[in-house]
Design a protein around this ligand. Structure first.
Ligand code: SF4
Ligand code: SF4
Length: 222
């Protein structure tokens, strides 16, 4: 899922200075699962902004709503007329949601309440770990299911950099060297020979280096 975290409140308060009527819009997708932008967090945001404005002696009118997903036109369409009543929408979705709202509601200011950070897995309550960088050319079949793009600080494709010490990454000793993990896992799976397969120089175009990516599946088009 996409992991995001709330921006610092002073940054949010600065963003909404001058806004008189605000719609705070949450999302029940990934950001709800990672406790950044779901129903509970929207309630907290309403309270925090109300209190912040009160302390400054300012007034603001706030409405709130939470959509099933902010990245799907099906859920945005019903709000199309209503959003025109607001000076701004404070979106508590990931950056995808904010972009999509901005495109779908061209006359309404859309502000991000979250910082979108990475694609990750839930390790435990309150702990997430990056696992994929959305590179568009997956090599996990060669690396025992462990990603060298997202999990190696240098994004190396053909083994470790030589700086790892006792299985830890030289860039951050608190992080295991993913190439050590890949080696150990391939060995365990009797696939050690994969370490000898040279991956060609990576073409970063599928990862978005050539511009924003778009995918069309003809079989699903209306
Ligand atoms: S190789 Fe690319 S697609 Fe596969 S997990 Fe890593 S970043 Fe994601
Ligand atoms: S020590 Fe391992 S994880 Fe860290 S940069 Fe080098 S190869 Fe990548």
């Amino acid at each position: 899922m996409i992991i995001a975290e709330r921006k610092p409140m002073p940054e949010i308060m600065e963003m909404i200075s001058g806004i008189k009527k605000l719609l705070i819009l949450g999302c029940r997708g990934c950001v709800a699962v990672c406790s950044a932008g779901g129903d509970k967090e929207v309630n907290i945001m309403v309270e925090a902004i109300t209190l912040g404005k009160k302390l400054k002696g300012e007034t603001i009118e706030i409405d709130q709503d939470v959509l099933v997903r902010q990245c799907d036109p099906e859920y945005l369409e019903p709000l199309k007329e209503k959003v025109k009543e607001y000076d701004a929408i404070l979106s508590m979705a990931c950056g995808v949601g904010v972009n999509f709202l901005a495109e779908q509601y061209p006359d309404t200011l859309v502000l991000p309440a979250l910082n979108t950070t990475f694609y990750g897995a839930n390790l435990s309550s309150g702990e997430w770990k990056e696992m994929c960088a959305g590179c568009g050319a997956c090599v996990l079949h060669l690396t025992g299911g462990l990603c060298p793009v997202a999990r190696c600080a240098k994004h190396l494709s053909n083994g470790p950099c030589g700086g790892s010490v006792n299985g830890r990454c030289e860039v951050d000793p608190n992080t295991p060297c993913v190439w050590q993990l890949i080696y150990d896992r391939l060995k365990r799976l009797n696939l050690s020979e994969n370490m000898r397969k040279i991956m060609p120089i990576r073409d970063w175009t599928p990862s978005g280096e050539g511009g924003p990516r778009r995918r069309v599946r003809e079989d699903l088009l209306p």
